[in-house]
Design a binder for this molecule. Sequence first.
Ligand SMILES: [Zn+2]
Length: 409
Amino acid sequence: MEPDAMRVRLHLRRVRVVGVLVDLMERLVVEIADVRRVVRCPHCGFNTTRVHDRRRLVIRDLPTGGRPTTLEWVRRRFSCAECSERHWEDHPEIILGRRTHVTRRLARQLVRDVNIMSIREVTRRHDLPWHFIMGLTRSWSERVAADRRRRRRRVLLVDETSLRRGHRYVTVVINGDIGETLAIVPHRNSRALNTFLVAQGHRWLKGVRVVVSDGSVPYRSSIQQHLGHATHLLDRFRVARWFAAGMIEVRRRIQRIGPHGSRPAFDPQVFRSRYLQLTRFDQLPADRIEALGKVLAGRPELEAAWRMLQHLYGIHLATDSDQANQALGTFLEVYADHPLIEFEKLTGTLLEWGDEIFASHDTDRATNGRIEGTNNKLGVLKRIAYGFTNASNFAHRALLLTPGMATSP
Ligand SMILES: [Zn+2]
């Protein structure tokens, strides 16, 4: 053994440095062994010390002081004195793949990197095969997911997202209390959601008190079938978009001046204030209210649409269902006086989803609006990976992503 050998400190538990094989500026290779002398036979449970033979395995580790580091593990095969069966030893700090082997701490670093860059970039950075990184991500995420799904969940969020813009949809199920992803299932139909819910089992489903969905009909049928006991409500952002849709359409109709091709095509005053028109009244500063007043004055349809939108917002702002009903009533009064065609569809939707919209007043407000947050993270992931073609690869990476990443494999 070289005199320098013992200076290498790996800080790996149960690992003994046998010697330093290569000690160059650009590379460090260390021979290691397990410190244990006695191991338990997995076949009969008796202790044994009899080594049948040894084999060297190359284990990739984190860089040591910036130097790429490889460990050569002298792995022993024991032969049991009691039952005479043979077995290869395992090590808690080493993850064995089919061809590539890494230390557990390197695996942790790889999974951390997978969250912020594409698999190909991780492959390049660590000089490891693509399939190894993806396989590691997959098995790690399966473990994380299994652990998350075992625990009872009080609030579920159900949403859909696409792998690429507008292509290949998947159903995302989120733990609404902290925003972590529980499952990502291919497709966005009731069968997709049923698959997840059935697999969770009756006892687990019983623990769910609140389900927040995006207002899709297939999800609703699945929720009614399996979570009929829970309160079903709609994601507030989705409902707010429904509310705003009528206003936007009225504005588009009104802003058009004259026939096609005329200049200017749009009434600039109406067009420029389009975001102002969608803002909640209680969030408008005084000077903005004045500016908005000028736009609405002399445009009765636009003003009616704006008032309707504000009453719709009132449904969400209400502190109880009485107040919400009042806001809905006032909305319907304005609508009766100004039956704008653009709000017709919305009134139908309000009737159809009234229960789920009003249910938010009977539940903890804090459970609302987390779908958006998780969706943002999934959007970032899609950009990192330049879109996904494989739903299961996306699912595995998304599971690791939210919210606090896995800390132990
Ligand atoms: Zn044995």
